[in-house]
Write a protein that binds this ligand. Structure first.
Ligand code: SF4
Length: 215
């Protein structure tokens, strides 16, 4: 039994904490999804499609991103297609393939869902700014580790982007450089899912990561 003198490991307790946050996020997702007449999986699909724009994504990409089976993703896609929230179109690179794209109605529904204040957002907003930045950096590090272990689909984060140059500037508040927009930015602006992201080659990623973690 855990006591103050005999605590469980910090690894275990962090996982416990993340589990509690995940529970709150699931409740948030149910409330947001209910507001627009979908379920949380369907809401996640809409969010993913919105972030991928007009080119759309394949069913396989959707199932990988959400960690659900392809039949389950296909069923959700068909349901939302009937509701007019998304549509299928021929793939851009392979005419035999099909990609899925969010419709204007889907984007409007997502916007309405995103306006609902959530418990998670309120708890994040209650943290001091420097704690928010520390949390963001810790999440970036955890997500990268999961990606390295092939436990997670590729995320469009700065730390894996070919445009990212960490700690390129002496300015402590804006030390990083984005070569896509040719501008400096701070830790608080690190992206988890950037539309302009382009995957860097492994050697550049390794060098970037070293500079980022040692900076
Ligand atoms: S393009 Fe996006 S992901 Fe890449 S460095 Fe710039 S902000 Fe980060």
């Amino acid at each position: 039994m855990e006591t103050p003198k005999n605590p469980l490991s910090i690894d275990y307790r962090i996982r416990e904490g993340l589990g509690r946050i995940a529970t709150a996020m699931r409740v948030d997702d149910w409330n947001r999804a209910k507001l627009i007449g979908v379920n949380p999986t369907q809401l996640s699909i809409l969010t993913f499609l919105e972030s991928r724009g007009e080119d759309g994504v394949s069913v396989k990409e959707i199932s990988n991103q959400l960690g659900v089976t392809q039949p389950s993703a296909t069923e959700s896609i068909s349901t939302m297609e009937r509701k007019g929230l998304l549509r299928k179109q021929p793939g851009q690179t392979d005419r035999r393939g099909v990609t899925v794209v969010i419709t204007d109605a889907g984007a409007d529904a997502l916007l309405a869902a995103d306006k609902l204040p959530t418990m998670t957002e309120r708890s994040i907003a209650g943290l001091e700014k420097d704690v928010q930045v520390e949390l963001l950096v810790a999440l970036v590090r955890m997500i990268r580790q999961l990606q390295q272990a092939d436990s997670f689909p590729v995320q469009r984060m700065c730390v894996t982007c070919r445009f990212f140059e960490p700690f390129a500037h002496a300015d402590g508040s804006s030390p990083h450089h984005c070569h896509f927009v040719n501008a400096s930015f701070g830790q608080h602006d690190l992206r988890i899912d950037c539309r302009e992201h382009e995957q860097a080659d492994p050697a550049y990623q390794a060098a970037t990561w070293k500079a980022f973690t040692q900076g």
